[in-house]
Every structure is written in C-alpha cells, then in structure tokens.
Ligand binder design. Structure first.
Ligand code: GLU
Length: 450
C-alpha cells in the first residue's frame, strides 16, 4: 500500500507537530520492540490470549472463548495470557480483575501470564500501557498517518444527521474528515485556543476496493476496505480498544486472536491498523455466540436476561466445572462427542481441538444436555469424591445440606448405592440436588424403622 501521507505538512512540520502533541513521550518504538522481544517458543507454538473488560465476571460465551484459547496454546506448547482490556473505564468494577481470574480458575483455565501472576510482556492491564500506545501514535503523526481532529460533538452529530438523510455510510471519512489536512499553523491556533481534540487514523482505505481475510473458523471473508478515520486516542489521551489491541498483540507476540463473533465487522479496520503500524497481523478466529430458543425464536444468550449466562451460576448451583467444560466442547467442536464416546476415560484436555471444526453459526445452548453431562460426570466419581465435593459446595451455599453431610458415614452409604459398577446410577447432576437425595433416603430409612 502506498499511503497518502499528509498533503499539507512536510516532514519537519510533522516532527514539530508530534513534539507539540506528545511532549512527554521520550521513548521510541524501537525501545519497546527491544523491550518485548520474540518469545522463545518452539516453531508453530501458538500464543493466544483472553482479553475481557474488567466487569468482574465471565459470561458463558467468553468462557468458551477463553477455553478455546487455552486449549490451543496448550496443544502447541505455546503461551496463553490474560490481558485486561479496560479502555472503556465505564465498564470497570471494583475487584473486576480478581473476579475474572477466579472464574477462569474455577474452570482450570489458568493463564500462563496475567495481571495476577505477571509475565515478561506486561503490564497486562491496558490502562497501565498508555505511554506505549502514545509512543506509537506519536510515530504515526511523524509519518503523517494520524492527525489531531478538533471536531466538536455537535459537528459530528450534524454530519451524522446529514448522512442518515442521504442514506449513506455514517462516520468520519472522505469529505467529512474535515480536519485531515489542517496545516500546522491551523492546528497550532486551535491548540492555543485550548480546543479539545482526539487523534484519528488517516485511513488510506478505499471502500470501493475489497479486502480478503481468512478467518480460521469462518474461512474466506470479503469486506470493503476500511476508509474511516477511526479514533485512535481519545480526548484524555487514552487509546480506543482497536488501537490498543493491535499494539498489544504485536508486542506480546500473539499468533492467534480467538475472540467473539461481534468483532468480525471490525476486521478490516484491525487489519489496516496492523499494516499502518508496520506489524505482521496475527491469525484471526471468530467464535459464534451461544444462542437460546425462546418462543420459537433464536436469540443470543444474554447476560441481562439469562441467569445461566454467567459462569458464577454454575458454581452457585453446584454444577461440576468438568461438566460445563465438557458441554462447551460438545457445542464447540462437532467431532468431540464421538471422540468422547470412543475415549470415555480420557481427560477432555486430551481432545485435539480444531478451530476449523467450530460451529460457524451460533450454537444452541441446551441446559438439559448440560445437566445430563453433569450426571455422567458425577456418576463416575467415587462415593468419597461425591461426598467431598458436595460438602465443599454445601459449606459455601447450603448450611442445611452441610449439617446433613456432617454424618459422613451415613452420607457415604447413600452415595455408594449403585456406584462404582459398570452402569453407575446417574441421579445427581449438580450438588444442589444432593440434599433431596439424602432426604429421600432418610425418609425411606425412617419408614423402614417404623
Ligand atoms: N476486550 C474485548 C472484549 O471484551 C476483547 C476482544 C478481543 O479479544 O480482541 O470483547
């Protein structure tokens, strides 16, 4: 690509502008390139990551994403890291990072590097990397590939209205990108008048041209080239997610970005950012959302409407983490079910997970099936294991059950009924159901006594 650099500013002017905009940035790209060298891994090892906002909890769809990332890095002796993406501070909650880490830990999806345990490519929280992002943007200013934009919210709203009326694409591009080619003098004047500004990408794209991108799950995708002057740095100097992820994935040497489907439409922008920044783009894989049937319609599993969408729900209900993971693999990879039948005693981590076998459209979330897997998982445990796990759960969530389980000898007798044989009884799908089982057995015992 030959970038249409800044038309009205020569190199000296661009250097001057970069110093005016970023007087505190004294480091260079080279400094960071050296600080975060290539990872010392085997060839073909995959470096994957999970990048949630610090909302404090993991959604089932994101658990699947995290799990897929973990499986991949593990299979290839690579690295899996957790990076907290808090570019949108509104979504942050107190202890949000710990909440996410603990949710992952409960499912044994433990990152090799994270804000909790650190790592050589940190910090692993985007808000602590602002200086890095600004260094790269300063360089883009010098190269004429980004510019300060002083448009007010009102001006942008007016443009939007005009575009809506004309039924054309909404956004700041082409003739609407009015600050694209301001002269240095004009910019200085606005800065002297304390006008607020963001830094925008000077997009070299042409939406009449197509880009082709191979997605590891969806296959070949075609899009018009990105031609919007997307915001890179906000008014307060913090980055947008788009910019931050490109710089981070480059410096952290991510090889595969496996993430939710909602990011597919941003792909043309992301690919363009990698090009403009002079980085090699990672491979992308977009996982379809989990869906649910409701009144005959299929809709996305929703954090707001469906309690079962939060992974904490399974902990509270006492569904074994193993069952949840096995269920996720079932819906994620079409060949998993047959593999499991053929290898009933293997650990699910031994399954050869393949991105190109993942469902392209949203998988239907089926609680009955999940609980059924729970029954099978629990039926394979020894009476002692059932006791220990149910007891641990009860201590946190059900004091009545805890009291019942204090009689260990009796509980073990109940849990031993039809267990440990070739066809074990499948009667418990989650720890919450143990109380009822103990209760029924007590009633029978009581009746027999009379
Ligand atoms: N922060 C993004 C999210 O919460 C992650 C997108 C990505 O993995 O690139 O969805």
């Amino acid at each position: 690509i030959i970038y249409k650099g800044s038309v009205f500013m020569n190199k000296e002017e661009r250097l001057e502008l970069a110093e005016i905009l970023f007087p505190n940035i004294t480091k260079t790209r080279e400094y960071y390139e050296e600080m975060y060298p290539e990872r010392n891994l085997e060839e073909n090892a995959m470096v994957t990551r999970f990048g949630p906002s610090p909302t404090g909890f993991v959604h089932m769809g994101s658990l699947l994403v995290a799990f897929a990332n973990k499986m991949y890095s593990k299979e290839s002796n690579g690295t899996f890291f957790l990076r907290i993406e808090d570019t949108d501070q509104k979504r942050a909650v107190e202890n949000g990072v710990e909440g996410i880490y603990n949710d992952l830990k409960a499912f044994n999806i433990i990152p090799d590097e994270s804000p909790i345990v650190g790592g050589k490519y940190g910090p692993y929280i985007q808000s602590q990397r602002t200086e890095i992002y600004q260094t790269y943007v300063k360089d883009l200013i010098i190269k004429g590939l980004a510019y300060p934009c002083f448009m007010s919210e009102e001006e942008i709203a007016n443009i939007r209205e005009e575009q809506e009326l004309a039924k054309i694409k909404i956004g700041i591009y082409g003739m609407y990108a009015t600050d694209r080619d301001l002269s240095l003098e004009e910019i200085k004047e606005k800065l002297n008048n304390n006008c607020e500004y963001v830094i925008r990408l000077k997009s070299p794209g042409d939406s009449n041209k197509q880009v082709e991108i191979i997605d590891c799950i969806k296959g070949k995708l075609k899009f018009p080239e990105h031609d919007m002057d997307t915001v890179l740095l906000k008014k307060d100097g913090t980055p947008t997610y788009h910019l931050a992820h490109a710089i981070d994935d480059h410096l952290m040497h991510t090889t595969h970005v496996i993430r939710g489907d909602e990011w597919v439409s941003s792909l043309p922008l992301h690919i363009q950012l990698f090009e403009i920044l002079g980085f090699k783009a990672p491979k992308y894989a977009h996982i379809a959302p989990l869906t649910k049937k409701e009144n005959g319609n299929v809709r996305k599993l929703s954090k707001r409407k469906d309690p079962e969408a939060a992974v904490s729900y399974y902990k509270e209900e006492g569904v074994p983490a193993e069952a949840v993971k096995e269920y996720l693999l079932n819906i994620a990879n079409s060949s998993f079910e047959n593999w499991k039948k053929a290898n009933p005693d293997k650990k699910i981590e031994d399954f050869d997970f393949q991105l190109n076998k993942m469902s392209v459209s949203g998988a239907l979330f089926d609680m009955v099936k999940l609980l059924d897997i729970g029954k099978t998982v629990i039926s394979k445990m020894t009476a002692e294991e059932v006791y220990e796990k149910a007891y641990t759960w009860a201590k946190e969530y059900d004091s009545e059950l805890e009291e019942m389980l204090n009689d260990k000898e009796y509980s073990l007798k109940v849990f031993s009924i039809e267990r440990g044989n070739a066809k074990p009884r499948k009667d418990i799908s989650k720890w919450k159901e143990v109380k009822m089982q103990l209760f029924i057995c007590m009633m029978i015992k009581f009746r027999n006594l009379i």
